[in-house]
Design a protein around this ligand. Structure first.
Ligand SMILES: O=C[C@H](O)COP(=O)(O)O
Length: 268
């Protein structure tokens, strides 16, 4: 019997909200989810703030015993030492991070991160006891050429290279078509399912069928409360990596609450 994957809704705040604004948003999100009786066993909720907010988020999450988890938007490939400006995995783990987003397209584009570097970051994250959210996705030209499935499966193979099947199974993959990020151009549920299924099949081929069953695969790219249900109802989509909409507590909570619906079968 295949083990059921726990859905994950992660909110990537990107370079937004100082530590004081972060506390306000997390507090409001907790209140809205509590008010709506969100079942955290049905879907994990994670916020991914800037580094500067993590200690404040840890304080309020721990202090109020919130079930909301949190994580970081990047991590160093180094363990410690003379690496100005970098943040190590052990530092993030010490701050109670559960997740680390690695290989986001904005880091690949603006910081020249390649698959090999992303794979090292994913391994460092796992070795520190956290879960990497490994981002892959194609650009508009690749999509127009119909090469998006090949592009993304090759990217996932390279971005998880060197990990064991168990480590891959314990990771999260986020399919984020670059042309959908921040554009309002959300992928269709069929687009998302097509690539997420291909990624899962690639995991089965490269690592193991057990890893393919267990690895969670998210969709990201202009996800809003209105578009989320049909995408997240797809059989190979295990949640969402949300950007802009995660900065609004009500909108982000509405996305999370999709999994509280009594019967999801009719939503797709
Ligand atoms: O990490 C989140 C993705 O970049 C999606 O961002 P977005 O929801 O603002 O398009």
């Amino acid at each position: 019997m295949a083990q059921k994957r726990t859905p994950l809704i992660a909110g990537n705040w990107k370079m937004n909200l100082n530590h004081q604004e972060a506390v306000v948003l997390v507090q409001k999100l907790a209140w809205v989810l509590q008010d709506k009786k969100h079942d955290f066993d049905k879907a994990e909720v994670t916020v991914v703030p800037p580094f500067t907010d993590l200690r404040s988020v840890q304080t309020i999450v721990d202090g109020d015993r919130m079930k909301i988890r949190y994580g970081a938007q990047d991590v160093s490939v180094h363990d410690a030492g003379a690496y100005t400006g970098e943040i190590s995995a052990s530092m993030l783990a010490k701050l109670g991070c559960s997740y680390v987003v690695v290989g986001h397209s904005e880091r690949r584009e603006y910081h020249g991160e390649d698959d090999a570097l992303v794979a090292t970051k994913a391994l460092k994250t796992l070795q520190a006891g956290m879960t990497p959210i490994v981002c892959v996705g194609e650009g508009l030209e690749v999509r127009k050429a119909g090469a998006h499935v090949t592009h993304c499966t090759e990217q996932v193979e390279g971005s998880l290279a060197g990990l064991s099947p168990d480590q891959v199974a314990s990771s999260v993959i986020a399919y984020e078509p670059v042309w959908a990020i921040g554009t309002g151009e959300v992928a269709t549920p069929e687009d998302a399912q097509e690539v997420c299924l291909a990624l899962r099949e690639q995991v089965a081929k490269t690592w193991s069928s057990q890893a393919a069953e267990r690895v969670r695969i998210l969709y990201g790219g202009s996800v809003k409360a209105a578009s989320a249900p049909a995408i997240m109802a797809q059989p190979d989509v295990d949640g969402a990596l949300v950007g802009g909409a995660s900065l609004q507590a009500d909108e982000f909570a509405a996305i999370c609450r999709f999994y509280d619906l009594p019967d999801l079968s009719g939503v797709a």
